[in-house]
Design a protein around this ligand. Structure first.
Ligand code: SF4
Length: 426
């Protein structure tokens, strides 16, 4: 989301600023931030300290902080981070020209107002730092779920969806620029809902509309909530060849007790029922997840439940974290962050080791199979090899031949590691 937001910000400022790759040349630096974990915020504080030296050398330099950390900490940040000239929350990017101008004479300025409507739907993002093949398209913002550990509903506000017309307009433009893949983005993307003139567009309907813009366009989405993974959506993914066969389905924990405390609104059985429906309807679908270890009061038995659900689903990939208490959330107010950090680390290591085995097993099952891969670039391992992704979102490396970035190529998998498939061209 932050990457897509940065592209919106670049678009808002493009009349007045040009992008540079040389930080020493910049007279405006915008730091886009995430508050989801304490570690992410600590990295930002470190970065801002580094920028102080730069500002001493260039008295015209203005530094602004954007995103969730700006929203969470508001003006308090000016006390701890004197390098900052202005701050803007995730719904305040249209006011950036004004904030920059107001703070250009040595005073600070900020706007952290959250909006019930803002989706930046009329702003065509500037595609920077992109590979020219894949692009993110933001389709909704905010979240209404209030998982007890999560700061997002407080920093990004309530859910609001963007009109299908502007989404399809953005995708048509990407197609004209030869993009081959879009990822539809939202904090809780599958709760997308647009209502107009008595008509409703659900996320499944939107996916169909996007998939039908061109058979050459691949469609992905992130990130979904299990409660909103409808049969209609699973069947839509199965029906369209160009909707990628991969679903990111954050489980967070395998324990019903933890899921209740996390306010995830599904239980283990309900989650596994959705997995069963995916497996029956889309047999070649990869399933990935997010896992939190060491949540408040997590017992060893609860932890074992997480390991067992990982084995039961056989995730292809997982993002795995230690629980990090975020101020202002329900968990921080009502629950005790009582698992010692050492124990959280131990449980995390166990989860990471298991996922390594599962990813390797999943990749081994692909040996001998042929996949259509969209080429994204040259492999880091060798200039004679290209890399791309298959529909299941696995990275595939194969000999270059005469192929170019942005082309589709059929390859046969010969070997693998836990992270990569190694293939030859068919
Ligand atoms: S669904 Fe839960 S974890 Fe995801 S953004 Fe919303 S509150 Fe946070």
């Amino acid at each position: 989301m932050n990457f897509a937001d940065s592209e919106v910000v670049a678009s808002i400022l493009k009349g007045e600023y040009t992008l540079t790759n040389d930080i020493n040349e910049a007279n405006l630096i915008l730091v886009n931030t995430c508050s989801i974990r304490d570690k992410a915020e600590q990295r930002i504080h470190k970065r801002l300290k580094e920028l102080e030296a730069l500002k001493k050398r260039n008295r015209h330099l203005q530094v602004g902080l954007l995103g969730c950390m700006a929203e969470r900490m508001k003006e308090e940040l000016f006390q701890t981070e004197p390098v900052l000239d202005f701050i803007a929350g995730p719904d305040a990017y249209r006011s950036l020209p004004q904030l920059i101008s107001d703070s250009s004479h040595g005073t600070t300025s900020f706007n952290v107002l959250l909006s019930k409507e803002e989706t930046y739907e009329d702003i065509m993002p500037v595609r920077y730092d992109a590979n020219g093949v894949s692009a993110f398209v933001s389709i909704m913002r905010g979240c209404n779920n209030f998982c007890s550990y999560c700061v997002v509903p407080y920093t990004r506000g309530r859910e609001r969806s963007r009109s299908p017309k502007t989404i399809l307009g953005e995708i048509e433009d990407l197609l004209k620029s030869n993009y081959k893949e879009v990822t539809l983005l939202g904090q809780n993307v599958n709760s997308y809902l647009w209502k107009e003139g008595g008509e409703e567009v659900t996320f499944a309907k939107l996916m169909t509309m996007v998939a039908e813009t061109s058979p050459e366009l691949r469609v992905r989405f992130a990130t979904s909530h299990p409660k909103d993974l409808s049969d209609e959506l699973i069947e839509t993914i199965a029906k369209h060849d160009n909707i990628c066969k991969t679903i990111h389905l954050p489980v967070q924990s395998g324990s019903d007790e933890m899921l209740r405390k996390m306010h995830r609104v599904y239980d283990r059985a309900g989650y596994l029922e959705r997995v069963k429906k995916i497996r029956e309807t889309i047999p070649d679908c990869s399933i990935t997840t997010d896992i939190i270890v060491g949540f408040c009061g997590e017992t060893l038995e609860n932890h074992q439940d997480t390991l067992s659900i990982m084995r039961e689903v056989g995730y292809d990939y997982a993002y795995m974290f230690k629980y990090s208490e975020r101020e202002g959330t329900l968990a921080s107010k009502q629950m005790k962050d009582d698992i010692p950090d050492e124990e959280k680390t131990r449980r995390l290591e166990e989860v990471i080791a298991l996922q390594g085995e599962l990813s390797l097993e999943s990749n081994k099952r692909d040996i001998g199979k042929t996949f259509k891969v969209l080429i994204e670039g040259t492999s880091k391992r060798s200039d004679d090899h290209l890399f791309g992704r298959n529909s299941q979102n696995k990275v595939v490396i194969f000999p270059k031949g005469n192929h170019k970035v942005g082309e589709y190529v059929d390859v046969e998998v010969k070997e693998c590691t836990a992270a990569t498939l190694i293939a030859i061209r068919n």
